[in-house]
Write a protein that binds this ligand. Structure first.
Ligand SMILES: [Zn+2]
Length: 90
């Protein structure tokens, strides 16, 4: 294998150990919930989910789970909108 390609692969392995190097700006994913599949998306620092709970609360278990998983790769102010005040005030 070409030596420069080997160097890139080694670097990729190091980068993969440092998720904080990556910051998501937008994405869309299919979330397999307990009852159905939902589309969870993130753009402009805001989360969105197609589930009914999100429509009423602006937060849901799917967006919270995704945020929890991806925290090292999310901007510090990318907290699910209204999530913490809504959840902690209940
Ligand atoms: Zn949801």
């Amino acid at each position: 294998m070409h030596s420069s390609l080997i160097g890139k692969i080694e670097k990729a392995k190091r980068y993969a150990e440092e998720p904080e190097r990556i910051r998501f700006s937008r994405f869309e994913a299919t979330f397999h919930g307990e009852h159905d599949e939902y589309v969870v998306s993130f753009a402009d620092n805001h989360w969105h989910c197609t589930c009914a709970f999100f429509a009423g609360w602006n937060v849901c278990s799917h967006t919270l789970a995704m945020h929890r998983l991806l925290t090292p790769m999310m901007a510090k102010d990318a907290t699910p909108s209204g999530a913490w005040t809504a959840v902690t005030s209940v």
